[in-house]
Write a protein that binds this ligand. Structure first.
Ligand code: NAD
Length: 356
């Protein structure tokens, strides 16, 4: 099994190092190769997604990704900014289905900003379409407004668009995921205002005819945002487009106490995937050794489950993470009084020890 290791920037190298240590103690033969990406790619080769890094990702069975980005690259032209690497990988490898489970471990009920009774026992899955929508739509740019009330002024514009195939394939992924869970799917759109949203709703409704066992409901994104913090446990699986999914999944992250706990998987049509924590490169805490590595370690578990067909090893990692939380070990982002504050490496040590 060949795994491309792309640590990236900021806390990326720190948290990925812990996930690699965890993979190394499973007793499996992984071939792991590391390559620079994001700001690190730009520093090494003048491009956030160097050709050799892309090739490594293409050749691998799975990709373990840290995070990219740093404020110091904010003045670079857009094509050279670190974030372009992740967009480029998603697009080039056809990673259209993003899985973001939001599970609240009972031990962390107090770390959430919501009342424990609202979030305890939370187990929802957000499926975000990842290669379409306004993030990739053309035309886009800054121009002189050709018409409208502000004609002649400079304006920024983007294009929201979804092709039928894109909606159908993510809908199938979502219905199939719901079948393996509580068989309830909520499709989130903005059909009351956007043409793209009504089209999305029509296609998801059509795909539903092939999955009669799944209960489907539709929700506008503004209501979904409200329900996610009001009564999140009512959801089972949510499916939505790229931009709404970006925002809602970060909100869901806070339900679980910290974005440092949330893994994610981005899959292609054959379950090859890129696995990364849901958070960014956290430049504010980079190099301090305090970042939470658990989202990345749990992402490695998802990699074993979805792409490498090693569900038992994935279960072992999940159990080891539960065990270190039960021991009361906490990084700063999830620390509460009465628990033991540890750094990135000590948290990784504890997971490795629990596995051994
Ligand atoms: P962020 O997720 O990096 O950080 C948000 C907050 O969460 C910060 O306070 C940070 O310290 C904290 N945090 C994040 N991960 C943590 C962890 N593992 N442990 C403890 N605390 C953690 O988001 P941001 O600050 O908006 O963005 C920073 C950079 O990351 C930007 O350059 C952004 O573009 C980039 N980014 C990259 C990705 C990606 O690589 N996929 C995703 C989102 C943001």
């Amino acid at each position: 099994m060949k795994i491309a290791i792309l640590p990236g920037d900021g806390i990326g190298p720190e948290i990925v190092a812990e996930a690699v240590r965890v993979l190394n103690v499973l007793g499996e033969q992984f071939e792991m190769e590391t390559a620079p990406v994001g700001g690190a790619g730009y520093e090494a080769h003048g491009h956030p997604l160097p050709e050799a890094t892309l090739q490594l990702a293409k050749d691998a069975d799975a990709i373990l990704f840290g995070a990219v980005g740093d404020w110091k690259y904010d003045t670079l032209e857009r094509a050279l900014r670190p974030e372009q690497a992740i967009l480029g990988l998603r697009k080039t490898l056809g990673l259209f289905a993003n899985f973001r489970p939001a599970i609240l471990y009972p031990e962390l009920a107090g770390a959430s900003t919501l009342k424990p009774e609202v979030v305890s026992g939370l187990d929802i899955l957000i499926i975000r379409e990842l290669t379409g929508d306004i993030y990739f739509g053309h035309p886009r740019g800054v121009r002189t407004a050709p018409d409208g009330a502000f004609k002649g002024e400079r304006e920024g514009f983007d294009t929201m668009r979804y092709a039928e195939t894109e909606i159908r394939r993510i809908a199938h992924v979502a219905f199939q995921a719901a079948l393996k869970r509580d068989k309830r799917l909520t499709s989130v759109d903005k059909a009351n205002v956007l043409e793209t949203g009504q089209f999305w709703r029509d296609i998801v409704t059509d795909v539903h005819r092939q999955y009669p066992a799944v209960m489907l409901d539709h929700m506008y994104v503004d209501n979904a945002a409200m329900q996610l913090v009001r009564a999140p446990k009512k959801f089972d699986v949510l499916v939505t487009g790229n931009m709404f999914g970006d925002i809602l999944s970060d909100a869901a992250a806070m339900l679980t106490g910290s974005i440092g706990m949330l893994p994610s998987a981005s899959l292609d049509a054959n379950n090859k995937g890129l696995y990364e924590p849901s958070h960014g490169s956290a430049p504010d805490i980079a190099g301090k050794g305090i970042a939470n590595p658990l989202a990345t370690i749990l992402s490695a578990a998802m990699m074993l489950r979805f792409s490498l067909n090693m569900p038992e090893q994935a279960d072992r990692i999940d159990a080891a993470v539960k065990s270190v939380l039960a021991q009361g070990l906490r990084t700063a982002d999830i620390h509460e009084s009465g628990t033991t504050l540890v750094g990135t490496e000590a948290m990784g040590d504890a997971v490795v020890k629990a596995l051994n």
